[in-house]
Write a protein that binds this ligand. Sequence first.
Ligand SMILES: Cc1ncc(COP(=O)(O)O)c(C=O)c1O
Length: 416
Amino acid sequence: MRVLPYHLPLVAVRGQGCRVWDADDHQYIDLNMAYGPLIFGHCPPAVIRAVQRQISNFGSQLGFPTEITTRVAEKLKRLFPSIELLRFANSGTEALASTARLARVFTGRDKIIQFEGHYHGWSEAVFTRYHAPLELLEGRDFGPAFPGTPGMMHGGPRDSLVVRWNNIDALARCLEAHPGQVAAIFMEPVMGNAGVIPPQPGYLEQARMLAHDHGALLVFDEVITGLRVAPGGAQELYGVEPDITVVSKSIGGGYPVAAFGASREIMEPIVNGSLFHGGVYSGNAVVMAATEAVLDQVLARGDAIYDRMREVSDRLADGFGEILSQAGVPHVMQHVGPMLSLFLMRDGVHPLREYRDVREHCAFDKYITLQHAMQRVGVYFHPNQFEPMFLSAAHGPEDIDAVLERFEQVVACTDL
Ligand SMILES: Cc1ncc(COP(=O)(O)O)c(C=O)c1O
């Protein structure tokens, strides 16, 4: 994702606030924020202080249960009331692989339902070809998963089913076609891996009901949305509680942490030792210190932080939209708080409700052209239209205005 054939080379040397500098000392306003985690920007002072204090006074890796781990768990639970017990891990991939195992042990079933365009990490357990070519999907609303990469002959994708997103009938039919077999439904409650595609009104509630009617668990992969779309993630924003929650990115503010949690009943196989979950570095003290600093800020002044992020996100989305409309460039802007997608369209404006819509109607080549031009004038976002832009509490209105000014100039002289 960092060095794709269509990337303009950029070797980053340092970051500060909402800016990064490359090896030639060019400065960029960063709209990627390391793919989401930097909710307080690069080098957030409170996180640095907490990490320095931890490594100077207490050590980085103690190898015992620690008080800081318990405190962080308690603080996460305050933000995510659906979690009673949780386990820490080092990445989203790890946490989701363990979640698949937990769901299988808890239900005694094999199959995992996933959705087209959703990504749950690269593990053997759940990595599927989430950006499958449209030809492979033609004529089906759900079906067996395609392995995410060569070499996955024996992994979980054999037991994964993939369904169209935002299509409740397809989900119902898939569950009916596999009675008593589905352990869990995994979803990004706001899809972020095929661009930003929010759930249709009522979709999450209906998916939850269907899961429970069929004895399956609902898993929210809030690796992107946790602490991003609201302090308590998409489950807070939409008022729908999953059975198992996975969080990562923003909770660590740039340090490698993830967690998965659920009710005591669901977590019991791990508590009683019948289900193995490990990791030498899980709950590492440096990472916990960083996470605690992030959570403390969100708990203390969440409203102000999220209001500000909403304000700058609306300003950016509205600004992009106005400039493109004035230039007559067909586009669709979709954003949920500080997670945004600017979709350039190939053939007029279409609603974008699922992965296939983006694949079919969006002008990926034009987006790359636009991204290159913006990178040349000091604004970075990922050149693949499937990757959202991410803002942070370090982006102010003046940064957004600087982005828009350059954007207007670029749009005026680029063939989109
Ligand atoms: C929704 C989602 N789940 C899981 C992952 C995997 O997380 P990691 O890269 O930390 O393993 C990602 C990574 O981008 C993600 O976006």
